[in-house]
Design a protein around this ligand. Structure first.
Ligand code: CU
Length: 464
């Protein structure tokens, strides 16, 4: 739940910077609401200002605001936070208002927005409003458009949310460190007319990635590519909430990518169209159906579909290493090798040794002692056993008859009779094998004892 902390009771406690545009309006600071847990918090309808249909931030929340003479005022506090990535693992991150990612900011096209940004980090920061049209001096690029926000200082950003669409916010100061530590948030500018682009359920999440060694709590901030925790809103499966959807709902999912690689986001059971990009809403005539959309670095995508088919449908990044958790990169591939008895012997010498693709088994079935504060590579438990996935993976739970606005987990899907894959227990005839290889075009030769003969040099290595 959102708890409200009054960081500053008097305006004198904070130095309001020279970036303030409406200094009179900024005489006092709005509350800096804070959230401590990773539950998806469905926002109530807006209490004031122009009406909009709020989005649902996966494992996150939307930031409350204060109306001040027609200006919508928010207060973001950049600060160290502890984020549970999934039950069993916590990370020391940096974020906003108690969380990483920070809260989603929701405004309406044409709103004048004032955002107070207080820096409680041990180093300088700034905020860039990714994708917004705004005055250059509000763009948040340290050194180029503003001085850095020093620790303990508060800056004020103010602009009109001109263009409806899907946006993000993140620092433009010591970027590699601050993004690697989880500093980012979602921003949605709703259209003036709430019936425009209206959907029944509108989900948002950011793709982000961390490199946290098993046994440690703080991301390695110098990592450029080899991250080991691939997350939706700083959560990994099975810590990511499902997207709960009523059958027949029109659904939008907005995804922003603040990692250092692209993520092909793949949906099961339905096809969608890309309705929004970084540039805004795509013209209807430009849309085509997809089941995977690639979200490149720094990009945002809005996808839409009608949830016609009930079930538990996977929604995940299609890079297989991104649906694993820590340690996924360092394990040898030994598919086809018979390890019976060998692993135990090796384990006496190399305690961390484990094998992949062992006969009849797979990674999901592996058991090994884990160091403190890490997660199994593939850990989710489904109704039929181990899901063998982690990371950027979640489930869309489409059910008939849900109430409007009901996002509670309905449990696992019960498959109607005759709609579930089943084991074949009848006779298994030997497959017919071709005796003539490629037929008349490539007749087989040398049938019978095919043997690989290796001839080693017998007369030394002269000549080279
Ligand atoms: Cu990915």
């Amino acid at each position: 739940m959102i708890s409200r902390r009054d960081f500053f009771k008097g305006a004198g406690a904070v130095a309001v910077s020279a970036a303030a545009v409406s200094r009179a309006g900024a005489a006092t600071l709005p509350e800096a609401a804070s959230a401590a847990d990773a539950n998806t918090q469905v926002p109530p309808p807006p209490p004031n200002g122009r009406h909009f249909n709020p989005v649902v931030t996966l494992n996150g929340w939307s930031l409350p605001w204060r109306m001040n003479n027609g200006v919508k005022e928010f207060h973001l506090v950049a600060e160290p936070v502890v984020r549970e990535l999934a039950p069993g693992m916590k990370a020391n991150l940096w974020g906003y208002n108690g969380q990483s990612p920070g809260p989603t900011i929701e405004v309406v096209e044409g709103d004048r927005v004032r955002i107070f940004v207080t820096n409680r980090l041990p180093e300088i920061t700034s905020i860039h409003w990714h994708g917004q049209r705004l005055p250059n001096g509000m763009d948040g690029v340290t050194g180029i458009t503003q001085p850095a926000i020093a620790p303990g200082k508060t800056f004020v950003y103010e602009f009109v949310a001109r263009r409806p669409g899907t946006f993000m916010y993140h620092p433009h100061a010591d970027e590699m460190t601050q993004m690697a530590m989880g500093m980012m948030g979602f921003w949605v500018t709703h259209p003036k007319d709430p019936s425009q682009h209206a959907v029944d359920r509108d989900f948002v999440f950011l793709l982000n990635a961390y490199d946290i060694e098993p046994g440690s709590y703080t991301p390695k901030v110098n990592t450029m590519l080899d991250f080991n925790l691939w997350t939706f809103n700083s959560r990994v499966f099975p810590g990511i909430d499902p997207l709960v959807i009523r059958q027949g709902d029109k659904v939008r999912i907005r995804v922003g990518n603040l990692t250092m690689t692209n993520h092909p986001i793949h949906m099961h059971g339905h096809e969608f169209v890309v309705t929004g990009t970084d540039g805004g809403w795509t013209p209807p005539g430009s849309r085509w159906p997809e089941v995977t959309t690639d979200v490149a670095v720094g990009q945002m995508r809005a996808i839409e579909f009608t949830a016609t088919d009930p079930g538990d449908w996977a929604l995940h990044c299609h890079k297989s290493h991104h649906t694993m958790n820590a340690m996924g990169h360092d394990v040898p591939t030994l598919i086809g090798v018979d390890h019976r008895g060998v692993a135990e012997k090796i384990n006496r010498i190399v305690p961390d040794y484990m094998v992949m693709g062992e006969k009849g088994g797979s990674m999901g079935g592996m058991q090994m002692p884990l160091p403190e504060n890490t997660l199994p590579m593939m850990t989710g438990e489904g109704p039929f056993g181990n899901v063998e996935m982690g990371g950027m993976f979640t489930v869309m739970k489409v059910r008939p008859g849900l109430k409007r606005g009901d996002y509670r987990d309905p449990g696992w899907y019960r498959h109607p009779a005759g709609t579930l894959a089943y084991e074949w227990t009848g006779a298994l005839p030997e497959p017919a094998r071709s005796g003539s290889a490629g037929g008349h075009l490539m007749p087989a030769r040398g049938q019978g004892n095919v043997e690989l003969k290796v001839r080693k040099p017998t007369k030394g290595h002269h000549g080279h």
